[in-house]
Design a protein around this ligand. Structure first.
Ligand code: ZN
Length: 306
């Protein structure tokens, strides 16, 4: 597989999510050697637990070379800055200004690379999953929050900071319950504020999969996601969009394909037919392992560093 590490050695990866941490050792999708998941609690104890996992793996003989991290954010990703690898203005309580890279490198003694959780997942899907070999694609997660990793021209898209497409402002649905303006503490009704798992619970009091498919929640969710994805498709012209996260399921995917096609309204001729949209908008190939595999790939697979 063109790995960048000697056979006997391996790398560590962390998917640092807002809800759970996934830590693993290995070299890729065919070689995951140890893996642990635990809830994301307070920063000190959560980071200590991750450090403990890798130090234990070493004690048991793992020859760890480096650690890759795909994290929730926002993150400072410019290595020239003194706050490189810090989480910045996250709404997650207690995690503002946490020096994630510094704590992990001091605690493990390993070189650490970091990227957004969605860019990490996109890397893994490109190497081993539903976007294999594609140079222009998006990885979208609809979970507790909404995030997008954009791979354009064969590399992750970055401006001065990493993109924040999950905070794209959306027009309110005509059937939005009165008084619900979205839950994003910064924007109210952005995509994350209106269509994330946390928004669904705030609006309806339950998760989407706990509501019958005839409930208006399903139509409204599909309408928001279709509008969101149409804007992304028109802006970035990806070959494919991989959409995962805890909110997504096959029934919702089918509805979102329909609303995406309706929003594009034939303007993108390649996406005018339902079969074309089925190939364009797909679930992840790696399921819930994309994030941690992508984190490992950042340090284990030279071509995937991006
Ligand atoms: Zn927002």
């Amino acid at each position: 597989m063109g790995l960048g590490v000697p056979d006997a050695s391996c790398c560590g990866g962390i998917e640092a999510g807002g809800t759970r941490f996934v830590c693993a050792t290995g070299t890729g999708a065919d070689d995951l050697r140890a893996l642990v998941e635990f809830p994301t609690g307070r920063p000190a104890e959560t980071i200590a637990r991750a450090i403990g996992f890798f130090n234990d793996a070493r004690d048991q003989g793992a020859d760890l070379q480096a650690l890759g991290v795909g994290s929730f954010g926002p993150l400072e990703l410019d290595p020239a800055r003194s706050d490189y690898g810090h989480i910045s203005t996250t709404p997650k309580p207690g995690w503002q200004d946490v020096d994630l890279v510094g704590q992990l490198s001091r605690g493990t003694g390993l070189p650490v690379r970091i990227d957004t959780d969605v860019n990490a997942a996109a890397r893994a899907e490109r190497l081993w999953g539903a976007a294999r070999g594609l140079d222009h694609f998006l990885y979208v997660t609809v979970g507790t929050g909404i995030g997008v990793g954009a791979w354009i021209g064969g590399r992750p898209l970055h401006g001065v900071r990493h993109p924040e497409m999950g905070h794209m402002l959306l027009p309110p649905d005509p059937e939005e319950p009165a008084g619900f303006g979205g839950i994003c503490p910064y924007h109210g009704g952005c995509a994350e504020g209106l269509a994330s798992g946390a928004a669904l619970v705030a609006r309806w009091g339950r998760r989407l999969e706990e509501l019958p498919e005839a409930h208006p929640a399903w139509r409204i969710e599909a309408a928001y996601l279709g509008t969101f994805l149409a804007a992304l498709a028109l802006t970035l012209q990806p070959e494919r969009i991989v959409i995962g996260g805890g909110v997504m399921n096959p029934a919702l995917l089918a509805r979102v394909r329909d609303t995406l096609r309706a929003r594009l309204a034939g303007y993108q001729r390649a996406l005018a037919a339902p079969e074309a949209v089925e190939d364009f908008l797909v679930l992840p190939g790696l399921g819930g392992r994309a994030g941690v595999l992508g984190a490992i790939a950042m340090v284990a697979v030279p071509d995937a560093r991006g």
